[in-house]
Write a protein that binds this ligand. Structure first.
Ligand code: ADP
Ligand code: MG
Length: 728
């Protein structure tokens, strides 16, 4: 093994970066491999174009005739670009993307062949996708899954394949993917928010949810990763002593981007341009070899698709630069891990960002309405929002003072805090003309266009208002954004629906003026949801205590966090909002909890193997060298040798102790795994893995890492942190 490490080191040190040559102006490349509106206009008949447009904008069904036309044009377009295959591209509950390619090519009876692609192949496919997690849905109903075209996310060409974004559902209609519930949630927030907008502007017909993600990642030399079975199999290092220099000097963040990484980024961004992913910013992150990419925000469904696509493309592009991209939330101990901020806002079809303070008192009242309702929604559903980002890998990051804690709170900044305080003082019931004028002029009218906290915002908050959007900062880097985006949009939709009901009662039954009613309801909301607001240091222990007093949840691990997903209130919420049925919600819980179990199980097996098969034999080898040395000293020096060999003797003992530490802990860990595996209840099994198996990962690692410091570097089989993090 050590041979492999030194071979890898030599390869990576002598590697010559692959210079990426830009293919042209980005604006000209943008979307060239996307069957977007422009392309459709060129390729589709007027009728077909209208059909697709109304499907995208109003969710109307596409008839067979139009589907046939679209398919035929898509095929012509794709063939003109050298494409050979097509695939329905979807996002099963594994979190990754899935595709099964079919060739356009078909044989004819006369022995000839043609390229074929019809409406039926575009609209629906039945991949034999029986191996994707379904949480029991397909077993129960013995139904297969099928994929169905989502016209709101345009088809695109990746390399030589035409990819058609689709949903993935069971024949009985239950969703088996991330996209289906997301589309339902986006629809429900459109309806709820449009209704509320009508208080302010009767012309609003549609509200769209927008999302802009920021994706953090690590780049590590591919050869160096190849001698790390832990990274290869689990995406993170399960052992490895910290490098003497890590991120202490803060010299990586926003530093000049290393040449090879820059070439990777340029290559990646070019791919993004072709695929219509509006990549905009790139920079070094806090940890060595850690970077970030962020696009311009887009309609949420498209943004989620683009993030999923990006994660896939990143891996392939990295390969060309001899890198492996690590998307795991905590690839290395003791330095920062990676997250994925989800910036979220709502906009009307009249062009108004509902989370941006406006220029007039009325537009600001509209802003405050959406602002306060979002805060209330987060307050009422903080535990569910936490659950939406729960995973074995994100558990490493949340609450370890590099990312938000597992407690959900909302940061709004000093100026808006003051505005809410003033609104809290609004008189109950009808307002005097003086009070109304005062509110309009001095409170609502005075929300500044540019909020000061905008720039100086609290980096420790999981959910921060950042001037014209909320930034959900606790999302894991590896996660499919569909999950948190479904929850966020659903809870805000539900809240807006309640709000509308309450305001209408005041207006219709109590003769309140519209603005009076809104002020009255908002006042109560501000009072009721105050406990979710927090401006202080989210990393501090004091906040943990304070949050507990306020009754906020602090679910530190996934099994704890996921429970709320099957609470009656959650199921009612999803059912009421038409986002998920009880069966779907329960199935998802099952899939996620099983995934947790499997992740810990795999990590535990991998570490057990490495510790016993790589670390212990290496330690024994070195110990034998020491023993030979001691024996030799004894031969030469006779009595004097005990003094001369003192250090060696201590080392021999220390090595034995660590070997014992490894072996006894691996044995105990295997015992615990066996016990956990016997449990049939998935929740109990997950808890057993969390409480009884997982702690051994740390114990075993401790001994391995100590040995790394003791054993001769030349014998050490695994690439070390300093190599993984500083060779670029
Ligand atoms: P920072 O790292 O300081 O948060 P970035 O510029 O890296 O800032 O990220 C800003 C993110 O916010 C981008 O992903 C961008 O797409 C997104 N964004 C900007 N405006 C909006 C908006 N109105 N709605 C949703 N997302 C937005
Ligand atoms: Mg950000």
């Amino acid at each position: 093994m050590a041979i492999l490490r030194f071979h890898a080191l030599k390869e990576s040190i002598t590697y010559k970066p692959n210079t990426f040559i830009e293919k042209g102006k980005r604006s000209e490349l943008f979307g060239t491999n996307v069957f977007n509106e422009n392309t459709m206009r060129q390729y589709l008949t007027k009728d077909a174009f209208k059909g697709v447009k109304s499907a995208i904008e109003e969710g109307k069904k596409i008839n067979r005739n139009v589907a046939d036309q679209v398919a035929s044009s898509m095929k012509d377009w794709a063939l003109s670009k050298g494409v050979t295959h097509y695939t329905h591209w979807f996002q099963p509950l594994t979190g990754a993307t899935a595709e099964k390619h079919d060739a356009f090519f078909e044989t004819l009876e006369d022995g000839g062949a043609i390229e074929k692609f019809g409406g039926s192949q575009l609209v629906q496919q039945e991949p034999d996708a029986s191996s994707f997690p379904s949480g029991g849905i397909r077993n129960t109903f013995e139904a297969r899954g099928y994929t169905a075209w989502d016209p709101s996310s345009p088809a695109f060409i990746y390399e030589t394949t035409l990819c058609i974004p689709t949903i993935f559902v069971a024949y009985t209609g239950e969703a088996l993917d991330y996209k289906t519930p997301l589309l339902r949630a986006l629809n429900t927030i459109d309806v709820a928010a449009t209704d509320v907008c009508k208080y302010f502007d009767k012309n609003v017909k549609k509200v769209t949810s927008f999302m802009g993600w920021e994706q953090e990642y690590f780049l590590v030399d591919k050869n160096l990763v190849a001698c790390r079975p832990d990274i290869t199999l689990t995406g993170r290092t399960l052992l490895g002593h910290s490098s003497a220099k890590g991120q202490q000097l803060d010299d990586h963040y926003f530093g000049s981007i290393p040449n090879r990484a820059l070439n990777f980024m340029r290559d990646l961004e070019n791919q993004c341009m072709l695929l219509g992913i509006p990549a905009k910013t790139r920079h070094n992150e806090v940890a060595p070899n850690q970077f970030e990419i962020a696009p311009i925000h887009e309609e949420a469904n498209l943004a989620v698709d683009h993030n999923s696509l990006l994660m896939d493309v990143m891996g392939r592009v990295a390969s060309r630069h001899n890198f492996k991209v690590l998307l795991h939330e905590k690839p290395f101990a003791n330095i920062n891990g990676s997250g994925k901020h989800n910036n979220w806002s709502l906009s009307t079809d009249t062009g108004i960002n509902l989370l941006k303070p406006g220029k007039t008192p009325m537009s600001n009242l509209q802003f405050l309405t959406f602002f306060v309702n979002t805060i209330k929604a987060v307050y009422e559903n903080e535990e569910l929002l936490r659950a939406s980002i729960a995973s074995a890998s994100n558990d490493h990051r949340l609450g370890s003072t590099e990312a938000p804690p597992a407690i959900i709170s909302v940061f709004i900044g000093a100026q808006l805090t003051k505005v809410l305080e003033e609104l809290e003082g609004v008189t109950k019931g009808k307002l005097s003309p003086e009070e109304k004028t005062d509110l309009k002029l001095n409170v609502v009218g005075k929300i500044p266009d540019v909020l000061l906290d905008n720039t100086d915002r609290n980096r420790t908050s999981p959910f921060a208002f950042t001037g014209n959007k909320f930034e959900f900062r606790a999302v894991g880097s590896l996660e499919n954004c569909g999950n948190p985006m479904t929850v966020l949009n659903t809870i805000v939709a539900k809240q807006l629906k309640e709000f509308k009901k309450e305001v209408d009662v005041l207006v219709d039954d109590k003769n309140f003026k519209k603005d009076e009613a809104i002020f009255n309801v908002l006042r109560e909301y501000i009072k009721a949801s105050k406990d979710i607001l927090f401006e202080g240091n989210g990393y501090s222990e004091a906040w943990e205590k304070e949050a507990k007093k306020r009754g906020l949840s602090n679910n530190k691990n996934t099994p704890e966090a996921l429970k709320v997903k099957v609470h009656k209130s959650t199921i009612n919420l999803f059912e009421e909002m038409g986002v998920m049925s009880k069966i779907e919600a329960e199935a998802r819980y099952e899939v996620e909890i099983e995934s947790y179990i499997k992740h810990i199980q795999i990590e535990s097996r991998v570490l057990g193997d490495i510790a016993r098969n790589n670390i212990v034999p290496t330690a024994v080898k070195y110990q034998n060298i020491l023993i030979d040395n001691v024996k030799g000293l004894k031969d030469i020096f006779d009595k004097e040798y005990t003094n001369l060999a003192k250090e060696q003797l201590n080392l021999i003992k220390a090595i034995s102790q660590h070997i014992d530490g490894i072996n006894s802990n691996v044995t105990k860990m295997i015992e615990e795994r066996k016990k956990a595996n016997l449990l049939t209840d998935v929740t109990k099994k997950a808890e057993a893995y969390c409480q009884n198996v997982k702690p051994f990962l740390e114990d075993i690692r401790y001994h391995c890492d100590k040995l790394e410091l003791l054993v001769d570097d030349e014998l050490w089989p695994l690439t070390k942190y300093r190599e993984l993090l500083f060779i670029r």
